[in-house]
Design a protein. Structure first.
Lengths: 291, 324
């Protein structure tokens, strides 16, 4: 029972990371119809940027994290202005190739920094643990869950109560009508990319204490696809729930199934979800609720 | 001459293409030396065969496929295992292509329920599952350690010189091109184009979109697997990671650069995709400093090529010159 709870807690923590990446993916997809294959690279960049500001530039950890998220968000907005907006209105494949290429450039850019290419890094509090009775939780897992909850609350407030958030939602529902109502659609696309990139960077910083910061940490974003699809690909709460579900199922599969089978679970789930519930698990209930 | 008015320009086109490519090859031999030129020609032809599969599925039938690398991998592994078991390589080629066709059938199963992007996602899942299976099924595939591939030979003759390998690849490529061109002119080719342009309209005209897509994957899968089986012979070693997501995107880029509307697009795209790493190698030697020697440069330049092509020619897949 105790080991079950331990596994469950790590599954929830990693599920939060999946959920955040899926959230960033869905945010961009809903607002701009762009399928982003660079979320993993933005995540990796976020991790490295935080690390560089903390270790190399000597900023305090919290400030470095905020700086890294802002920098990656700015990069996302910049890329939208320069390149990504050309993919709007084109077939999906154009955006897929474009974001994949940009992702490669980001990965290559980080790889050509010698210090980044050679080592794996951990953040200082990575090894701390919290004891609750007999249960021992990794501090990093608790951090991830807390940060996700706060972030999601902030996002919910932003989408419900701010002008920009409402405009972004309107733009996601129907860009043409939103434009007619005076929403600056192009600026909303930039905002969506900034948010999407920033969220990916946050996921990278949260992932940093759980795994290491290394060049290939972005591969985790491949598992955010199943999470996003499980949530229906256009639902923000769905993406988060899909990520949590995936993290927990994957962790439990590691407990029950033979070694190695765990890694296939997300993709088998993706296939099953696409075949059985093409509209997402909550499709019957939500009916296009666009939060 | 009993050529019909339609066939005559076709024949002329083939002649012109043969002239252009012959000239290119001759130039390459003169400039780069025979062995290097032929080994690069081998790679171009092999990539082109695998790329033809993408051209058929993406350019002709209009389906998004994000996991073509898995079909190439199936061909490469089938060929290697068959040849290791003692089957003659030439005999194993059609068998490997059949395995690819079966893989294509599997990959296209979700097409009945999903369209467009969602279907593309399912091919991605398919590819990731195949890659994971190749890593985990160690008794058969030796997992991530990979397999050594015996050379390509026929009744005592071994294709071990660059010239022989180039000849084999080019012959197979020509056969594949001829078969594909024949298919595109058939009822099936028209059905693919109809499905690509408007699925509902095609359906209303009595074309079953599901069947057309399934056949596109059978043809595309077997072509890609054929390319994979030759690739395995030429490289001499295969492992699952060679055929991962990056390779799938390389094939997509190949079709995108060359133009997926025409079969010849696969060959032009293959030329560019094979040339990029070579150009990068040259650049690396000429650029000063340590920065140029880092592994990151290759990624950056490869990514920049994709981005540049997509930005400069976004219509590469969508509305290229229509001479299908």
């Amino acid at each position: 029972m105790l080991s079950f709870l331990q596994v469950l807690s790590s599954g929830i923590a990693i599920g939060c990371v999946y959920g955040l990446v899926a959230l960033s993916f869905v945010l961009v997809f809903k607002a701009t119809e762009t399928v982003s294959f660079m979320q993993g690279d933005l995540l990796m960049l976020g991790g490295f940027a935080g690390l560089a500001l903390h270790l190399a530039a000597g900023w305090p950890l919290a400030l470095a994290a905020v700086g890294a998220v802002l920098a990656v968000a700015l990069l996302g907005a910049g890329l939208e202005r320069v390149a990504l907006r050309r993919a709007i209105g084109q077939p999906h494949l154009v955006a897929v190739l474009l974001t994949f290429g940009l992702g490669m450039m980001i990965r290559g850019g980080v790889a050509s920094v010698p210090a980044a290419a050679q080592d794996m890094y951990r953040l200082p509090f990575a090894a701390d643990t919290l004891g609750i009775g007999p249960l021992v939780l990794a501090a990093s897992h608790v951090w991830v869950v807390l940060a996700t909850v706060v972030l999601v609350l902030l996002l919910a407030l932003f989408f419900r109560h701010t002008r920009a958030g409402l405009a972004l939602r309107a733009c996601s529902e129907d860009a043409r009508v939103a434009a007619l109502m005076g929403v600056p659609v192009a600026r909303m696309h930039t905002l969506a990319w900034a948010l999407g990139a920033g969220l990916a960077a946050v996921a990278g910083l949260l992932l940093a204490p759980i795994t290491f910061v290394h060049l290939n940490m972005g591969f985790i974003a491949l598992k955010a696809f199943p999470a996003a699809v499980l949530g229906g690909l256009t639902s923000l709460p769905g993406a988060l729930a899909g990520g949590l579900f995936l993290g927990v199922v994957e962790a439990l599969a590691g407990l029950v199934l033979p070694e190695g089978a765990k890694d296939v679970v997300p993709y088998v789930l993706l296939m099953a979800a696409l075949l059985l519930f093409p509209q997402g698990l909550a499709a019957g209930r939500a009916g296009g609720g666009g939060r | 001459m009993s050529a019909t008015p339609v066939a005559a320009p076709e024949g002329l086109r083939v002649l012109r293409a043969a002239f252009v490519w012959g000239l290119l090859l001759a130039l390459a031999v003169g400039w780069l030396g025979a062995d290097f030129a032929f080994s690069q020609a081998t790679l171009v032809a092999t990539y082109a065969i695998a790329g033809l599969g993408v051209v058929i599925i993406v350019g002709q039938a209009g389906q998004i496929v994000l996991g073509q690398g898995a079909l190439v991998a199936l061909g490469a592994y089938a060929q290697t295992l068959l040849v290791q078991a003692g089957v003659a390589p030439l005999l194993a080629l059609p068998l490997a292509a059949t395995v690819g066709a079966l893989g294509g059938v599997l990959a296209s199963l979700p097409a009945g329920r999903l369209g467009g992007l969602y279907f593309g996602m399912s091919t991605l899942a398919f590819a990731l599952i195949v890659e994971e299976a190749l890593v985990r099924w160690e008794s058969l595939t030796h997992g991530a350690a990979g397999l050594m591939v015996p050379g390509f030979g026929l009744a005592g003759w071994q294709a071990d010189t660059p010239l022989a390998q180039a000849a084999v690849s080019i012959v197979v490529l020509l056969i594949a091109l001829a078969l594909a061109a024949r298919l595109l002119r058939s009822r099936l080719g028209r059905a693919w184009r109809a499905v690509r342009e408007d699925e509902a309209a095609a359906d209303a005209c009595g074309i079953a979109p599901g069947a057309a897509k399934l056949r596109a994957f059978i043809v595309g899968g077997s072509l890609s697997a054929l390319g994979g089986s030759l690739y395995a012979h030429w490289i001499g070693f295969i492992s699952p990671e060679q055929f991962g997501l990056v390779f799938s995107f390389e094939l997509l880029m190949l079709a995108f650069i060359g133009g997926a509307r025409r079969l010849s697009g696969a060959v032009w795209g293959a030329l560019v995709v094979v040339a990029i790493p070579q150009a990068i190698a040259v650049l690396r030697d000429t650029l000063p400093g340590d920065w140029a020697r880092s592994a990151g440069l290759e990624l950056v330049l490869f990514g920049a090529t994709i981005v540049a092509v997509v930005l400069l020619r976004p219509q590469g897949l969508a509305s290229g010159p229509r001479s299908g």
